[in-house]
Ligand binder design. Structure first.
Ligand code: SAH
Length: 352
C-alpha cells in the first residue's frame, strides 16, 4: 500500500520530530520547521532558509505543505470580514475576522467542522450538509490565511464558527496548543476560547486534561425539557449533567466558565426562564453570562427589541450576582454573526 505523505502544517513539535526521524533528519530540524510554519509564517518550503537545499528538496518530495483555498470574502459596514475557504474541493467552511470598534481587540472566529451534526433550532449552520471534521492544519490555516489577507494579527481566537469543537476534540486541542505555544503562534491561553453546545464528555475531558483555554457553554435555555426542544444535544446530554460538568470545571480548574445565551422572545426570555437562569448562575457561581440577541430569521422567531434586551439584562444584573455581558452582533449584514454561518450571501441557494 502506498503511504500517504505527512502534512507538515497543524503538527505539534512532537509530531514533527517523529516525521523528521522517519525522514532521517536530525531531531532539531523539527524545531526549525515548527518555528518556520507558525512563528515565521512561511508559506512555502523554499522559505525555510535555516534548512539546507537538500533538506528542503527532501521535504518537498516526501511531505506536503498545503493551504486552504480562499473562496469569497464579504466585508461588513462595521469592519467585520467573512471568508469562505475550500479546505478540500467541495468542502467549504467560513471564518470571520472581527475587529473591535476601538481597534484593540481583533478576533478570528474559526470553524472546527464542515457543517455540524447538531441541529440547534436557531442556528443556520445546522441547515448545511455535514461533511466531516477539519484536520488540525485546516483549523490553523484559517488563522494563517486570514491574517495574511487582512495583513494583521489576531489578538483573540474563538472556536465559535461552524461545527461542534467537542466532536473534533483531538484536532481542536492540537490546534489550540499550537496557537498558545510560545514557539508556535504565541497567544495567551485566555485569548483562546473554546465553545460547546453541551457535549458533556468533552467538558470532562477538557477538565481532566487541565486545558488552559477559556471555555464557554452555549446554554441557551434554562428549562430542561424546553432546552431539548431547541437543542437536540440536550436529549443525549441533559441540562443537569451539563451543569454538573460546569460546576466541576469551576471547582477543579478554579476558573470562570462562560454561559452563552441566545435571547429569543417567547422562547427563553420570560420571567420563569429568567428566574431559572438566575438560579443556574447562582448554583455555578463562578460564571459569567454572555447574552446575544437572535441573529437569524429563518426560524420563524423574531429578534428581541432593544427594550426587551435591556429589561432582560437589567433583571439578570440585579439578581444573578455574576457578570453579564450584552454582546453585540458584528457582521450581521454579511451573515457573519453568531448562528449565521451557513454560506449565505456566498451561495444563496443554501438557505430558503
Ligand atoms: N457548537 C459550538 C460552537 C459554535 S458557537 C457551540 O454551540 O457552542 C456559536 C454560538 O452562536 C453559540 O453560542 C450559539 O448558541 C450561538 N448562536 C447560534 N445561533 C444563533 C443565532 N441565531 N443568533 C445568535 N446566536 C446564535
Amino acid at each position: 500500500m502506498k503511504e500517504e505523505k505527512p502534512v507538515l502544517k497543524g503538527k505539534s513539535l512532537t509530531d514533527l520530530t517523529e516525521i523528521c526521524r522517519h525522514l532521517g533528519l536530525e531531531a532539531y530540524r523539527a524545531k526549525q520547521i515548527y518555528v518556520g510554519i507558525y512563528k515565521s509564517r512561511y508559506t512555502s518550503i523554499d522559505q525555510f532558509s535555516s534548512l539546507s537545499k537538500e533538506t528542503r528538496e527532501l521535504l518537498k518530495e516526501k511531505t506536503v505543505f498545503p493551504e486552504i483555498q480562499l473562496g469569497r470574502e464579504l466585508i461588513s459596514k462595521d469592519g467585520t470580514r467573512k471568508f469562505t475557504f475550500d479546505v478540500e474541493p467541495g468542502k467549504e467552511v467560513e471564518t470571520v475576522w472581527i475587529p473591535s470598534a476601538d481597534g484593540e481587540r481583533k478576533t478570528i472566529c474559526i470553524s472546527s467542522q464542515i457543517g455540524c451534526t447538531l441541529n440547534c433550532a436557531f442556528c443556520a449552520t445546522g441547515l448545511l450538509e455535514y461533511k466531516g471534521n477539519l484536520h488540525s492544519w485546516q483549523i490553523i490555516d484559517q488563522i494563517l490565511q486570514v491574517e495574511k489577507i487582512v495583513q494583521d494579527r489576531a489578538t483573540n481566537i474563538v472556536f465559535m464558527g461552524m461545527g461542534e469543537p467537542m466532536h473534533n476534540y483531538f484536532s481542536v486541542m492540537k490546534a489550540a496548543h499550537i496557537l498558545h505555544d510560545k514557539e508556535g503562534m504565541g497567544l495567551g491561553a485566555r485569548r483562546i476560547t473554546i465553545s460547546t453546545a453541551g457535549v458533556v464528555p468533552g467538558i470532562h475531558r477538557f477538565i481532566d486534561n487541565k486545558e488552559p483555554f477559556n471555555f464557554a457553554i452555549s446554554l441557551n435555555h434554562p428549562n430542561p425539557n424546553a432546552r431539548s426542544s431547541v437543542m437536540d444535544i440536550n436529549v443525549k446530554h441533559p441540562l443537569e449533567k451539563l451543569l454538573d460538568a460546569a460546576r466541576r470545571f469551576t471547582q477543579e480548574l478554579d476558573r470562570m466558565i462562560t454561559f452563552e445565551y441566545v435571547m429569543i422572545p417567547d422562547v427563553n426570555m420570560g420571567k420563569e426562564n429568567l428566574d431559572r437562569l438566575v438560579k443556574i448562575a447562582r448554583s455555578v457561581n463562578k460564571c459569567k453570562i454572555n447574552v446575544i440577541p437572535l441573529n437569524t430569521d429563518f426560524t420563524g422567531w423574531r429578534r428581541p427589541t432593544e427594550d426587551e434586551v435591556r429589561d432582560f439584562v437589567s433583571y439578570l444584573r440585579q439578581k444573578a450576582g455574576v457578570p453579564i455581558l450584552n454582546r453585540q452582533s458584528p457582521g450581521r449584514d454579511i451573515n457573519g454573526a453568531c448562528g449565521m454561518l451557513a454560506l449565505k450571501g456566498v451561495r444563496n441557494e443554501n438557505i430558503h
